[in-house]
Ligand binder design. Structure first.
Ligand code: FE
Length: 337
């Protein structure tokens, strides 16, 4: 009898092992982990999470090669997705479901945008009137009237590299080189800190404008980063600039199936799950990103701050990767530390 129970447990555990996926991720949200548990409940497929920073994870995947047990790689910037694709990390995937749900400029044959992020301007209404910002574009940020106004993080930050890469894509190298030189002279201080640090600099009055992704502001306002940051965020207002009339610069967090994935079918199921209404709603309500699918509304805290701003739905986010090396070079040449 005991032996029979042993056998049942043995076969059951084999079954469990087969139904799993190994997810490498650079996203650091507890809410993501809760979401993956829903996926397991619905499908019986366990999700093992290996989290870390983009470069070390990619290095590990490449070094392990064919023996890598990973199925998926989840990254937080289109430029990073592009460079991982170039380095041969991903397997080509075709999924009608994903093609239908994700607009073409937010995916490639190898990776798929899951959430969107807007990189925008924050200002201190006590120092700048909103009237001074009407119709302001990213291109206008080199204006002399913004001398020593702008707080932004360092040039090694991938979100900044993607922003500059988008200028190269839409205006060319020559324009972006001279734009960046002027832009740097409008910095309020030596770039330092993360996106929230830029918003804090505006809140304290040290800087008049900050460039940061919207979800950092959402996180601060929500109180998840403590009372002090919540109060600081309340002193600051968001402004959504245009780029060459295309709309606000959008980036993505996206995912791809690894080249040597042992469970590619389950991996695709997982990506499709992330694009369901319920999963998208869960993600944006917890992280304050923008949804990839239109049937989901961003959380009210986020819609309140942006109203119906125009997202750049034209620029293909792959171009951020294509130009990222040139962007970084231009930034360094301009003295952007
Ligand atoms: Fe981020």
């Amino acid at each position: 009898m005991n032996f029979l129970i042993y056998l049942i447990v043995f076969f059951f555990s084999i079954h469990i092992n087969a139904d799993e996926i190994n997810l490498y991720t650079t996203r650091h949200y507890d809410s993501d982990i809760r979401l993956y548990k829903d996926f397991t409940k619905q499908t019986g497929i366990n999700v093992n999470i290996i989290s870390g920073k983009a470069k070390p994870l990619e290095k590990r995947i490449l070094e392990e090669g064919k023996s890598c047990k990973g199925d998926l790689f989840f990254l937080a910037d289109a430029g990073r997705l592009y460079s991982s694709q170039k380095n041969g990390v991903f397997k080509k995937i075709s999924s009608k479901v994903l093609e239908k749900k994700i607009p073409a400029q937010f995916r490639s044959d190898y990776w798929f945008g899951i959430t969107k992020r807007a990189r925008i301007i924050f200002y201190n209404p006590k120092k700048i009137s909103s009237e001074d910002l009407v119709n302001l574009s990213y291109e206008d940020l080199t204006d002399k009237r913004f001398k020593k106004y702008i707080a932004i993080r360092q040039s090694n930050n991938v979100y900044n590299q993607s922003l500059i890469a988008s200028l190269i894509e839409n205006h060319g190298l020559e324009y972006t080189r001279s734009w960046t030189k002027k832009f740097v002279t409008n910095f309020s201080r030596q770039p330092k800190g993360n996106d929230r640090a830029q918003i804090l600099s505006v809140a304290s009055g040290e800087s008049k404008l900050a460039i940061a992704n919207t979800y950092y502001y959402g996180l601060m306002l929500s109180g998840k980063k403590g009372e002090e940051q919540k109060e600081a965020a309340k002193k600051v207002r968001p402004f959504f600039p245009n780029q060459q009339n295309r709309g606000t610069h959008m980036n993505i967090s996206g995912i791809g199936v690894l080249k040597h994935s042992p469970n590619p079918d389950n991996a695709i199921k997982f990506i499709e799950f992330l694009l369901t209404h319920a999963a998208q709603e869960h993600m944006v309500n917890n992280t304050f990103e923008y949804p990839m699918i239109e049937s989901v509304d961003p959380p009210s805290l986020i819609t309140k701050m942006g109203g119906s701003f125009k997202q750049d739905n034209i620029t293909n986010v792959s171009s951020y990767g294509k130009w990222q090396t040139d962007a970084f070079k231009i930034m360094q040449e301009a003295g952007w530390n």
